[in-house]
Design a protein around this ligand. Structure first.
Ligand code: CP
Ligand code: NVA
Length: 307
């Protein structure tokens, strides 16, 4: 049985399969058979943090394909308080076919996977956001025709979204550049893990955002303080002011460069209205692809699709 705690749980071929299948499934909606692809399957959703896109796209994905979802919050479950993560995982996975969890700590995702008898999906942890990046890769592949050789530049905090983008560079031929202020880049051990898996991975650290975005096909950003870091927001803002994605920064990128953001966005902080609302912005497309990429993921994890 397979889980998706991290994109690094996949190999190159598996990632390529999920991207290809995500794009196919977008076109597949409404075709005969689509509404029975996951007939009778139950998806559990455990969320310790707020969500719009992830929750709704997972519920819609399973619903379109004939299955259903059970949504549970930490408030009602009391994981680690009312009962242990281990007991929850062993019992809940008897009722469910697949379990997606959004947690504060990445270790909790790993613990769920360790004790679950059904596949576990990381629906965002403090460390990684693999489902977001599956959708983003579908979006980039559709937009540019291919992923190979595309330069994706993430400007801002070296957070969960940035790390999963780096993992995509480990498993494909994209070039990933992180442009973060000093102290907000990747920890040494996460970079080491990337290069241990693929010593040739094109992962570049360039703290100067103007230099970083030169030649970029995609300029990507995310909030400067992630969920769980809200109390640090004012302090962090000081370090990130020079990392705002504005029209001037976008001009340094390729003339056909696109802007991406996982959302929700703090307009006026990490990105200006002018950029996020510009024709170059792919924010709606990438959020839309959450639906299709997650259908592909569930079908693959359940062995219905083979890679
Ligand atoms: N991008 C994303 O995961 O959005 P939500 O937090 O709304 O799920
Ligand atoms: N980095 C953000 C992503 C939200 C989808 C967070 O973790 O809050």
């Amino acid at each position: 049985m397979r889980h998706l705690c991290s994109l690094l749980d996949l190999n190159r071929d598996e990632l390529a399969h999920l991207v290809r299948r995500g794009i196919e499934l977008k076109a597949d909606r409404g075709r005969p058979g689509h509404s029975a692809l996951l007939a009778g399957r139950i998806l559990g959703l455990v969320f310790e943090k707020p969500s719009m896109r992830t929750r709704v796209s997972f519920e819609a994905a399973i619903g379109h394909c004939g299955g259903s979802a059970v949504f549970m919050t930490q408030r009602e479950l009391g994981l680690g308080e009312r009962e242990s993560v281990k007991d929850f995982a062993r019992v809940a996975s008897q009722y469910l076919d697949v379990l997606a969890a959004r947690t504060f700590s990445h270790e909790r995702i790993l613990e769920l996977a360790m004790y679950s008898s059904c596949p576990v999906i990381n629906a965002l942890s403090d460390r990684e956001h693999p489902c977001q990046i599956l959708a983003d890769l579908c979006t980039i592949a559709q937009e540019f025709g291919t992923l190979a050789g595309k330069r994706i530049v993430f400007v801002g905090d070296g957070n969960n979204v940035a790390l999963s983008l780096a993992h995509a560079a480990v498993l494909s031929d994209i070039e990933f550049v992180l442009s973060a202020p000093e102290g907000f880049g990747f920890r040494d051990e996460v970079l080491k893990e990337c290069f241990d898996v693929n010593p040739q991975a094109k992962i570049i650290l360039e703290p100067n955002p103007q230099k970083a975005v030169t030649g970029a096909h995609v300029v990507y950003t995310d909030v400067w303080a992630s969920m769980g870091q809200e109390s640090e927001a004012d302090e962090r803002r000081k370090y990130f002011l020079a990392y705002q994605v504005d029209a001037r920064l976008m001009k340094q990128a390729r003339s056909d460069a696109r802007f991406m953001h996982c959302l929700p966005a703090h307009r006026g902080d990490e990105v200006t209205d002018e950029v996020i609302d510009s024709p170059a912005s792919l924010i709606v497309e990438q959020a839309g692809y959450r639906l299709h990429a997650q259908k592909a993921l569930i079908l693959w994890l359940l062995g219905i699709d083979k890679s």
